[in-house]
Write a protein that binds this ligand. Structure first.
Ligand SMILES: [Zn+2]
Length: 379
């Protein structure tokens, strides 16, 4: 009861300030596409035998790289509804365009981090036939409009420190072609999967170079510049906004009160709202709804999400639904994909029934609309 009251209050507070519209706009911003976390059920079992806790959370249980079956099922679900303009629902996958080049790292005797681009990985991996073609098809049909979630979903400095020490956990991961479940106590400030987290502020110089290169690689992979950024772990410092701006990023995902690390464990709160502009004319997009069907009971996740959409529309805000690939991937457990896709199909059905004037948009399309409408009316 108290939890549900707190949730309702938080959901309202997220929506009070910022850009408004009478249009009923739905965006799905879904993190982690393209990232190899767990290679296979067999690899996961091997990690279990090496002492990894493979059941500690849903990412350790299910989060395998999406394959052709996953994308086909996802596109079918998105195509199962149409908005008032006849457009299907659309996902904005916040994608990583590179992964560890496991082969090269091994061949070079585990010397340092090396990466390869997503289409090459998909071409090499068993069980991924046709997957890259489906990405292309999804993009061409505007069902799947990738934006930037970092070049890779890992912290390179930490990776290189661990590999130079021949850390047994990291080596076990690399041997199984995974990158998951490393102990978080290597460093409280820099969890293994947070690409833009740091200890000391000066590390941002190197992070800026990684960001620039990542945005260039993104264009090489997807054929266009990314406009929208959400960092893996979302703990990047705003000092990087200049680099983002120089390299084409116009929109940055955020939460309303962002606890920003200043270095050495000191934090500052940054207040953001839908459409807020920074000094580089970039705008913040607030994820004001959540859809994580494999985190809670899937019926509850649908009901909660519908309630949050209703709250967003009450405050005349677009509904930006945050989610993760782990809900819609089936390579580790097919039943996980089925649960997620069924829940998504149900959610979409309810959305178009409840709001016949709904409009589905990609996150960057919404960002461009906000920029357009605010040209002469800044707040
Ligand atoms: Zn992520």
């Amino acid at each position: 009861m108290i939890n549900s009251f707190k949730r309702t209050l938080a959901s309202n507070l997220k929506n009070i300030v910022g850009w408004t519209t009478n249009r009923k706009i739905i965006v799905f911003s879904v993190d982690d596409y393209g990232n190899i976390r767990i290679a296979s059920q067999k690899a996961r079992m091997n990690l279990g035998k090496s002492g990894f806790s493979i059941d500690s959370n849903r990412f350790e249980r299910y989060d395998g790289l999406e394959n052709a079956n996953d994308l086909t099922a996802l596109f079918d679900a998105l195509n199962s509804v149409k908005d008032k303009n006849g457009r299907s629902a659309v996902f904005t996958p916040f994608a990583n365009c590179a992964n560890i080049d496991f082969e090269a790292v091994k061949k070079n005797n585990y010397d340092k981090y090396r990466y390869e681009l997503l289409p090459i990985t998909l071409d090499k991996l068993e069980g991924y036939h046709g997957t890259w073609n489906l990405w292309r098809e999804g993009i061409n049909h505007k069902l799947f409009i990738p934006q930037f979630h970092g070049r890779e979903h890992l912290n390179i400095k930490l990776f290189n420190e661990l590999i130079s020490k021949k850390d047994t956990h990291l080596l076990a991961c690399l041997e199984n072609e995974c990158f998951t479940g490393l102990p978080l106590n290597y460093s409280k400030l820099v969890p293994f999967n947070e690409a833009y987290s740091f200890h000391s502020f000066e590390e941002n110089v190197e992070l800026s170079e990684i960001l620039t290169e990542g945005l260039y690689e993104f264009e090489k992979v997807f054929g266009y510049r990314a406009e929208n950024f959400n960092a893996p772990g979302a703990y990047e410092h705003s000092i990087l906004e200049k680099t983002m701006s120089t390299n084409g990023i116009k929109f940055i995902d955020s939460i309303v009160v962002k606890k920003e690390h200043q270095g050495n464990g000191i934090y500052e709160n940054k207040f953001r709202y839908m459409g807020k502009q920074n000094k580089y004319n970039q705008r913040y997009l607030i994820r004001n709804c959540v859809f994580e069907p494999n985190l809670v009971n899937s019926k509850d996740s649908i009901a909660r999400c519908l309630k949050e959409i209703e709250t967003a529309f009450f405050w005349k805000k677009p509904a930006i639904i945050g989610s993760h690939r782990v809900n819609f991937t089936g390579i580790i457990e097919e039943k996980n994909r089925k649960l997620g896709i069924n829940a998504l199909t149900e959610l979409l059905k309810e959305i178009v029934k409840k709001w016949p004037d709904i409009e589905f948009m990609a996150a960057n399309e919404l960002g461009n609309l906000i920029s357009l409408k605010n040209k002469h009316n800044e707040f």
